[in-house]
Design a protein around this ligand. Structure first.
Ligand code: GLN
Length: 384
């Protein structure tokens, strides 16, 4: 068997959700909204199951969804995409990421990653034969310097993976940062996979800028209907980029999943036409959860890092007076009745900072119970 998978455990999200269910703990771990997304979108999906389409859509996705995606990104991000050649629908953002690694990496190619990174990237880079070159971002601002980037790139660099807004760190890349990455990609003839699945989940004055706007000729942008409409289980992803990039990407996609449930595709096409007010209301509801959880935790002496995008807040354990590693505190917290996500799985090597990630797209009562359990965990943490 393949040694990478044989040695691998379940994802941290799966592990923590399983533990939360077993122990009856509040689940602030895996990122998903407690309330499902809009009923009218679900009704379109339900109708499309009864009335069809129920047979294979084209491998690149239903034309109506690809058109809706191009129009959506024109309206929200000013992108100019030809839906016929520049948009492919995938079974979730994760499939798009996996297809991208398989499509763009040749064994021995170097791939630049920013650490912490979403858990999918590293194993998929390795499985595709890529050699990871890691740029470490430093909390609390998670910024990076030109020199660090210069040190990570070489004449073997073929791919760079960025993530904005960022999971788990909740940071958002500035135009200057995107331009810096683009400059290095162009100089080294590298492609950028830009994981933008949190593009609509923004807070305060944070603005999302797509790498596809900054560097249209060598970017694959990944979007996710699960995050846009609070249907994380639907697994409908949007991959956009230059025709030559989408062409090869679509070859990897056709032999991974070939296509994605047509009824869900039809419903997402409908959802993408929603007015700005829908996305504003979604952000306002996540903002409510953010304020509720963060103020409760700050009242208990926890120190939270800034939140700019994605529905997660990071807690700095050391600054909060907790002298435990992220992994030890996570075990301690589950015993006190709350599941959280430690940062360790988002690092390539040991030495992750003592940080944990909490998901706040939950009902008030869940957030309150989670905050109470975290307060108990803090009070009962061993003192040294
Ligand atoms: N994106 C989700 C998170 O960050 C997890 C998705 C999954 O469990 N595969 O929590």
């Amino acid at each position: 068997m393949n040694s990478l998978y044989a040695a691998m455990g379940p994802t941290i999200f799966e592990q923590m959700s399983r533990l939360a269910a077993e122990k009856g703990a509040v689940n602030l771990g895996q990122g998903y909204p407690e309330d499902d997304g809009p009923l009218d979108i679900r009704e379109v999906a339900a109708r499309a199951i009864i009335e069809g389409p129920n047979q294979y859509p084209p491998s690149r996705g239903l034309p109506e969804l690809r058109e809706a995606a191009a129009e959506h990104y024109r309206m929200h991000q000013g992108l100019d995409l030809d839906w016929r050649t520049q948009v492919t629908i995938t079974s979730g953002g994760t499939e798009a990421l996996a297809a991208a690694m398989l499509a763009f990496i040749e064994p021995g190619d170097e791939v630049v990653l920013f650490e912490p990174f979403y858990d999918v990237y590293l194993p998929m880079v390795r499985r595709a034969g890529g050699v990871p070159r890691v740029v470490r971002l430093q909390p609390p601002l998670w910024a990076f310097e030109r020199e660090t980037l210069a040190a990570a790139f070489s004449d073997k660099t073929r791919l760079v993976i960025i993530n904005t807004p960022h999971n788990p760190a909740s940071s958002v890349m500035s135009r200057a940062e995107l331009e810096l990455v683009a400059e290095f990609c162009r100089a080294h003839d590298a492609i950028c996979v830009s994981d933008e699945v949190w593009e609509h989940v923004l807070f305060d004055d944070a603005q999302h800028i797509s790498m596809l706007e900054v560097m249209p000729e060598r970017t694959l942008k990944v979007g996710s209907a699960g995050k846009m409409f609070s249907f994380t289980g639907w697994k409908v992803g949007l991959a956009c980029g230059a025709p030559e990039i989408i062409e090869v990407f679509s070859k990897a996609h056709q032999y991974l999943t070939f296509t994605t449930a047509p009824n869900l595709q039809r419903a997402v096409a409908y959802g993408l036409t929603k007015p700005r007010s829908y996305f504003e209301a979604m952000r306002a509801s996540f903002q409510h959860g953010r304020v509720r959880l963060v103020s409760a935790l700050e009242g208990e002496g926890f120190v939270a890092l800034p939140v700019r995008g994605a529905y997660f807040v990071t807690i700095d354990l050391a600054a909060s007076g907790i002298v435990m590693s992220d992994v030890d505190f996570t075990k301690h917290a589950i015993a006190q009745g709350v599941a959280v996500i430690p940062y360790a799985p988002f690092y390539a090597s040991p030495g992750a900072p003592p940080l944990i990630r909490l998901c706040f797209s939950k009902r008030d009562e869940t957030l309150d119970r989670g905050a109470d359990a975290l307060a108990r965990a803090k009070r009962s943490a061993p003192k040294f």
